[in-house]
Design a protein around this ligand. Structure first.
Ligand SMILES: Nc1ncnc2c1ncn2[C@@H]1O[C@H](COP(=O)(O)OP(=O)(O)OP(=O)(O)O)[C@@H](O)[C@H]1O
Length: 231
C-alpha cells in the first residue's frame, strides 16, 4: 500500500538516502532497523511527504504521490507516531485525541475504541498531556495517530526510554492492531519483541538497505544483529 522506489533524499546538500526502495503491503507488519543516524527517521519523513525526494518515487495505493504535501499524504491513510511523541502538552488527553480525529472511511477509531486499547487513557482523560508519564504519553501518541483512522501506522522509536512493563504494553497493543488487520511500520531497537510482531525486517546502513528478511532468517543468523545493530 506504500512504497518508496529508488529514492534519494536528504537535507539541503546533505544526501541521507541512496536509491532506497521499500514497501509495506496492506495488513503487513515491517520493522525498520539500523544503528543511530543510518536514515530511519529520514525514510519515515520521506514516506510522509515531509521531505521531498531528489530522485525516485513515492507510491501510495498504487498512485505516484511523489512531491505531494504532507497533509495530502496523511489523508491517504498514513498515521504517524513521531519520535519523541510530540503530543500537545497543554491539551487534555481527550483534547489530544479529538484534535486529530478523522471521519474518513467509516471512522472505526473513536474515543471509546482508543480507551478499549489503552484503558489508562480513559482514566487520565482529563489530565493535561504534560501530566502524563512517558508510557502514557506514548499511548496517547499512538491513540492520536489511530484517531486519523489510518491503514498504515508508522511508529518511530515508540518504546524508546520506557520501562520494560510499559514496553510490553505497547507491543501487546501493536499485536492487537495487527490482528485487526492494520499495516504497521515500526522503527525499533528491541529485536526480540519486533521479531515476535513483524512479518519482515529491513536493516538500514548509511542510507541504504543492508539486509532484508523474515523473523526466521534473523533468528537463524545471529551474526546479522551484531553486524548491523550493535546488539
Ligand atoms: N533536520 C536535519 N538536518 C540535517 N541533517 C539531518 C537532519 N535530521 C537528520 N539529519 C542527518 O541525517 C542522517 C540520518 O538521520 P536519521 O535521523 O534519519 O537517522 P536514524 O537512523 O533515524 O537515527 P536515530 O536512531 O538516531 O534517529 C544523520 O547523519 C543525521 O545527522
Amino acid at each position: 500500500m506504500v512504497a518508496l522506489e529508488a529514492v534519494d533524499a536528504g537535507y539541503g546538500e546533505a544526501r541521507v538516502l541512496f536509491e532506497l526502495s521499500l514497501e509495506v503491503a496492506a495488513g503487513e507488519v515491517v520493522t525498520l532497523m539500523g544503528r543511530n543516524g543510518m536514515g530511519k527517521t529520514t525514510t519515515i519523513r520521506t514516506l510522509f511527504g515531509l521531505i521531498r525526494p531528489t530522485a525516485g518515487r513515492l507510491w501510495l495505493r498504487g498512485r505516484d504521490r511523489t512531491g505531494v504535501a504532507a497533509h495530502v499524504v496523511a489523508r491517504e491513510g498514513l498515521g504517524l507516531v513521531p519520535e519523541g511523541r510530540q503530543i500537545f502538552p497543554r491539551l487534555t488527553v481527550e483534547e489530544n485525541l479529538v484534535a486529530t480525529a478523522s471521519t474518513r472511511r467509516g471512522a472505526n477509531w473513536t474515543l471509546a475504541a482508543v480507551h478499549r486499547l489503552f484503558p489508562r487513557l480513559a482514566e487520565r482523560r482529563r489530565n493535561l498531556g504534560d501530566e502524563l508519564s512517558g508510557g502514557e504519553q506514548q499511548m496517547l501518541a499512538i491513540g492520536r495517530a489511530l484517531m486519523t483512522n489510518p491503514d498504515l501506522l508508522v511508529l518511530d522509536e515508540a518504546t524508546e526510554g520506557l520501562a520494560p512493563v510499559l514496553r510490553d504494553e505497547i507491543w501487546a497493543a501493536l499485536a492487537t492492531l495487527k490482528a485487526e488487520g492494520l499495516a504497521i511500520l515500526v522503527v525499533d531497537k528491541h529485536l526480540e519483541a519486533s521479531m515476535r510482531l513483524s512479518d519482515r525486517h529491513i536493516v538500514m546502513e548509511k542510507g541504504r538497505i543492508a539486509w532484508a528478511g523474515r523473523s526466521s532468517d534473523l533468528a537463524a543468523d545471529r551474526s546479522l544483529a551484531t553486524r548491523f545493530l550493535e546488539l
